[in-house]
Design a protein around this ligand. Structure first.
Ligand SMILES: [Fe+2]
Length: 268
């Protein structure tokens, strides 16, 4: 038997499921064998995996009209994901290439902030290809294909957002560890948890919000503090990773998020 590539924590929903762990390894191996520049490998998802996708997909898709930003909803419609089949990274990557030149690069799991940001500078987005455990379809302790394809992919098809992502990545090139930490925090507060005000209404544009209906509902519940995005202040602000975010940052447009970030990076 091969040595496992993927280690799960003892509190991971799939920890006690040998079939899930075998499957995680199988998909991780595909990512490990993938050659940069090639399209992501195709995965034949099982009926259990497709059912998990369907459950999360339907719940999130119902919230988007009232909770997601306008640009996201336009791309989400164009992507035309089906509830019954997990979309393939290769197809979504080709869609993004055409729109903004971004590509999805399969990874086995979390990569370091420096490697992740460096890939962004080349318009390459590191994306996981496995799906969360079926016992908890509305929860995942780590990024999975639902997070990547529901949260990140539609935004990466928007030119201003693609520029914002690449700009954060460019800021990491040659940066010190401390500067990379600040950039990872800014990435968190924008690409993962950013909010945009449209016609007076707050809407989500961050993938961490758009891929979790609990977090998405909470973000717009009125109980979260939302401040105008100030990269200098946000870069130094700690955030929790295991609870809903108590503080979010809003911009008047995605283009404004890019220009604020650009000001910050040009000055540092
Ligand atoms: Fe993410």
């Amino acid at each position: 038997m091969d040595t496992p590539l993927v280690e799960l924590d003892s509190d991971h929903p799939g920890f006690r499921d040998p079939e899930y762990r075998r499957r995680r390894d199988e998909i991780a191996r595909l990512a490990a064998q993938h050659r940069s520049g090639d399209p992501p490998p195709r995965v034949e998802y099982t009926p259990v995996e497709c059912e998990t996708w369907k459950q999360v997909f339907e719940r999130l898709a119902a919230l988007y009209p009232s909770h997601a930003c306008r640009e996201f909803n336009a791309v989400f419609a164009a992507l035309a994901y089906k509830p019954d089949a997990v979309p393939q990274l290769a197809d979504v990557s080709a869609f993004l290439q055409e729109r903004t030149g971004f590509g999805l690069q399969p990874v086995a799991g979390l990569v370091s902030a420096r490697d992740f940001l460096s890939a962004l500078s080349n318009r390459s987005f590191c994306a996981t290809q496995y799906i969360r455990h079926s016992s908890q379809p509305y929860y995942t302790p780590e990024p999975d294909i639902v997070h990547e394809l529901m949260g990140h992919a539609p935004m990466l098809a928007i030119p201003e957002f693609a520029d914002l992502s690449q700009r954060i990545g460019q800021g990491s090139l040659g940066a010190t560890d401390e500067q990379v930490e600040c950039l990872a925090t800014l990435y968190w507060f924008t690409v993962e948890y950013g909010m945009v005000r449209e016609r007076g209404q707050l809407r989500a544009y961050g993938a961490g919000l758009l891929s979790s209906f609990g977090e998405l509902e909470h973000a717009l519940s009125g109980s979260v503090e939302v401040r105008p995005f100030d990269p200098w202040e946000a870069a130094k602000t700690p955030y929790p990773i295991t609870t809903f975010q108590p503080l979010l940052w809003e911009v008047p447009s995605i283009a404004a998020a890019f220009s604020r970030m650009n000001e910050y990076l040009s000055a540092s």
